[in-house]
Design a protein. Structure first.
Length: 136
């Protein structure tokens, strides 16, 4: 499958919270919308560089719609929740909250994610069944 027909979620490959979120999204991605890449991977670094994203400011989740747009922090989370639908689409209501306020909460969680959820020594290695969902 061509990379540009899917939305791409870049995630912190060593973060247990992020890896759990990726597994959660994969289970609910019934329309096969997403592909995944760790921020630390070559493809992740390429996509970040092409979009001139400062990873000292954004280091946890980035949603890329190739040729269209990219979303960071709480905007990425809301877009993903909207796409997977069901009860998660309720998170779209948070769009009414100013992005600066949403990102204060997002940044607090991101800043504490390693101490709350732990960290892996290396990026997640997908199972053979899930390998097609991961880029690079």
């Amino acid at each position: 499958m061509k990379e540009d027909k899917h939305k791409i979620i870049l995630f912190d490959g060593v973060c247990n919270l992020c890896n759990g979120a990726v597994r959660h999204i994969i289970e609910r991605d019934k329309k096969d919308i997403y592909r995944f890449a760790a921020l630390q991977s070559d493809i992740g670094q390429k996509l970040i560089s092409e979009r001139h994203i400062d990873t000292s400011v954004v280091d946890s989740i980035i949603l890329v719609e190739p040729g269209i747009a990219y979303y960071i922090k709480s905007d990425a989370t809301i877009e993903i929740a909207r796409d997977i639908g069901g009860i998660w689409s309720v998170l779209a209501l948070f769009r009414w909250i100013p992005v600066r306020l949403r990102n204060i909460v997002y940044d607090f969680i991101a800043r504490n994610r390693y101490s709350w959820y732990g960290k892996k020594e290396q990026c997640m290695v997908p199972t053979p069944e899930l390998k097609a969902k991961f880029l690079g």
